[in-house]
Design a protein around this ligand. Structure first.
Ligand SMILES: CC(C)(COP(=O)(O)OP(=O)(O)OC[C@H]1O[C@@H](n2cnc3c(N)ncnc32)[C@H](O)[C@@H]1OP(=O)(O)O)[C@@H](O)C(=O)NCCC(=O)NCCS
Length: 257
């Protein structure tokens, strides 16, 4: 099989109880149990959508495995992965999901590791308060020079890319976001498109190096600007990054199972 990376997005509108009931059978007992304890109906709905989307997409990669039959486990640092037992049969696949207000997405690759993160552009964010928790000094200076009405989008672009890169490595909450410095490749369009990141630790390390590449692996970062959301994708692998195939899934497709 060629090196592939697929990203699938699904716009989520407010939950409909019947539709939610229709999706629940696709989830595992553990997923249903986590979902049922969520306080907000919107969180329960987005959780179900994201996990069902991932299951459906995995079955498009491997049609011999039904959406409800995928088994997941977590790495030591908490990244959800396909069970080792299942990967023995189908070969290595790495996965990641994101769910946010109005959008869920999943990414799947058969080469390297993948991370994905989405955020609504209109999210109410106190940049002044959050900047030091998320950005380097260089990034804060850069963003402060922008017109006020572009600062929030620039902040969200950096934030989602950093989260996606951490999700690709699986390091999760063990790294401080201001230790990562994000550089966009296209200076004409500074806060979208391809980017790279400095200070990213190797999986298993807790502090960063000043390398753009980690342990001979190449980190490819890309920010997709959607109408309402920033969608950040990170791919970490030994080989040159594969071009992601980005597709949309409709709720009706997801419900047709
Ligand atoms: C835990 C974390 C990965 C979740 O990301 P998020 O933006 O809150 O939420 P998203 O919807 O994008 O992603 C959630 C999914 O990520 C996946 N995930 C959880 N831990 C993960 C890890 N260690 N690595 C990769 N993916 C992980 C899960 O599938 C989760 O979905 P689930 O809970 O429904 O199973 C992320 O918050 C994180 O680790 N951040 C580290 C950086 C940080 O300090 N952030 C705070 C800045 S103010």
């Amino acid at each position: 099989m060629n090196n592939n990376l697929s990203v699938t997005v699904l716009g989520s509108s407010p939950a409909d109880t019947d539709q939610l009931e229709a999706l629940l059978p696709l989830l595992s007992d553990e997923e249903r149990s986590r979902q049922s304890t969520m306080r907000l109906a919107s969180d329960r709905w987005n959780f179900a959508l994201a996990h069902c989307l991932l299951r459906k997409e995995l079955s498009r990669w491997h049609p011999s495995i039904a959406p409800q039959s995928w088994i997941f486990e977590r790495t030591k640092t908490g990244k959800p992965v396909i069970s080792a037992h299942q990967q023995t049969g189908i070969g290595p696949l790495d996965i990641n999901i994101t769910h946010t207000d109005g959008l869920v997405a999943c990414a799947i690759t058969n080469c390297g590791q993948v991370g994905i993160d989405a955020e609504r552009w209109s999210r109410d964010i106190a940049i002044d308060r959050l900047a030091r928790d998320v950005l380097t000094h260089r990034e804060r200076t850069l963003i402060a020079k922008l017109p006020k009405d572009r600062q929030k989008a620039a902040f969200i672009s950096h934030w989602t890319l950093k989260e996606a890169s951490l999700k690709a490595t699986g390091i999760g909450l063990n790294v401080e976001l201001p230790s990562l410095d994000c550089h966009f490749a296209n200076s004409e369009q500074p806060f979208s498109g391809v980017a790279n990141i400095k200070g990213l630790p190797l999986p298993g390390e807790t502090s960063g190096t000043d390398r753009e590449n980690t342990g001979g692996q190449i980190m490819h970062l890309e920010l997709f600007e959607r109408a309402d959301h920033a969608l950040a994708l990170a791919h970490l692998g030994q080989q040159a990054p594969v071009s992601p195939s980005l597709s949309e899934c409709r709720l009706s497709d997801l419900l047709a199972h």
